[in-house]
Design a protein around this ligand. Structure first.
Ligand SMILES: *Cc1c(COP(=O)(O)O)cnc(C)c1O
Length: 360
């Protein structure tokens, strides 16, 4: 009998030890009301115009770059398009961080992909917990910058929903001026456009802004994101990106989403989402099951429940799928609820009312 060879012993150590990102899709569930991935609840309509699929696509499709630059208020040479913002998060690590030498820094509770991407490449993680009001602890950050090449700050932050105070970001940018890249993740900026830091690019050569079509643009399935930065950074990222990061159909649809009409549609999504959020928040605040509803500038809301596990499971069993945040730093008792359609919000409200009645 031959002994079975275990091929996993060939894998890199950090890959053997890696826990992949627990995406909403990987977590599964048998839902009818999906409120766990901050998606727009209704599928948009598009036509396929580009049919020459015998040809390789452009690495950086011109129409997409030009239209996004115009939308964001920058020049085309400030824009890189990627396979979702997630790829841009990873490209920054690939371009700037040396395994065994450099570190990334982030402030939990926050988006999980900074950590997963760093782990994949064997890059040290400097973890500086946020303060109680979810602000970054700038003093702790600036005192622990040894070997830090890349700082991720998410604003508005996922999953807490708050905008990071611009003066704190400016302090981090100034303290890291010649030392590190500061990436501001603006995945949800369409819900609070006045908070964007794009206009700071001129003064800050170490600033990168991450964007996506997955949230307000309602195109999570398209996989299209952006990095906005000064040309020297964009050129470095272009060195490490795949030769054909976007397929022709993806570029085709992204270009349509960024027309004047597409941007109007996105703004309509934002308007409706904010209305639904206001109603959901008002109702949640009345519930005896709810301890706290955190202020949100996004298409989701973080809620602290008196018994979060029970709420999560009861709604899950009814096909209402929320995101459990209880294992995140500082978020015991918290669930994240994406803002769905008005009907979906009512489903949540009614399900929680029924629980309260049953427990009364
Ligand atoms: C959803 C999300 C992303 C990922 O966006 P994709 O373009 O879908 O990869 C990045 N950052 C944050 C904070 C997000 O919530």
């Amino acid at each position: 009998m031959t002994t079975q060879f275990d091929v996993t012993t060939l894998a890199r150590k950090n890959v053997r030890e890696l826990t992949p990102y627990q995406s909403a899709r990987r977590l599964g569930g048998n839902g009818t009301v999906w409120l766990n991935a901050n998606e727009y609840p209704i599928a948009p309509n598009f036509t396929f115009n580009e049919k020459n699929l015998n040809r390789y696509p452009e690495c950086q499709p011109t129409k997409v770059i030009e239209r996004y630059a115009q939308y964001a208020g920058v020049k085309p040479e400030n824009v890189l398009v990627s396979r979702g913002a997630d790829e841009a998060i990873e490209l920054l690590i690939r371009a700037f961080c040396e395994p065994g030498k450099d570190a990334i820094l982030y402030c939990p509770p926050t988006y999980g992909m900074y950590s997963v991407s760093a782990e994949t490449f064997g890059i040290e993680q400097r973890v500086i917990p946020a303060l109680e009001n979810w602000s970054p602890n700038v003093e702790a950050i600036t005192s622990q910058l040894d070997n830090v090449k890349l700082i991720y700050l998410c604003s508005p932050n996922n999953p807490t929903g708050n905008i990071v105070d611009a003066s704190l970001i400016r302090e981090v940018l100034e303290q890291t001026k010649d030392k590190a890249i500061v990436a501001i993740d603006e995945a949800y900026i369409e819900f609070c456009p006045q908070a964007s830091l794009v206009s700071w690019l001129k003064e800050h050569p170490n600033l990168v802004i991450l964007r996506t079509l997955s949230k307000a643009f309602a195109l999570a399935g398209l996989r299209c994101g952006f990095a906005i930065a000064n040309p020297p950074i964009i050129e470095l990222l272009l060195k490490v990106i795949a030769p054909y990061p976007l397929s022709t159909p993806v570029a085709d649809i992204a270009a349509q989403a960024l027309t004047e009409k597409g941007i109007e549609t996105m703004k309509q999504h934002v308007y409706e989402t904010v209305q639904n959020r206001t109603h959901l928040v008002d109702e949640l605040k009345k519930s005896p099951c709810v301890q706290q509803v955190y202020r949100s500038e996004t298409n989701y809301v973080l809620v602290k429940f008196t018994d979060a596990s029970m709420i999560f499971k009861t709604l899950w069993d009814q096909g209402i799928i929320l995101r459990d945040q209880q294992r995140q730093y500082g978020l015991s008792g918290c669930l994240r609820l994406s803002i769905g359609t008005a009907d979906e919000c009512d489903n949540v409200i009614n399900a929680i009312k029924n629980i309260a009645t049953a427990n009364a």
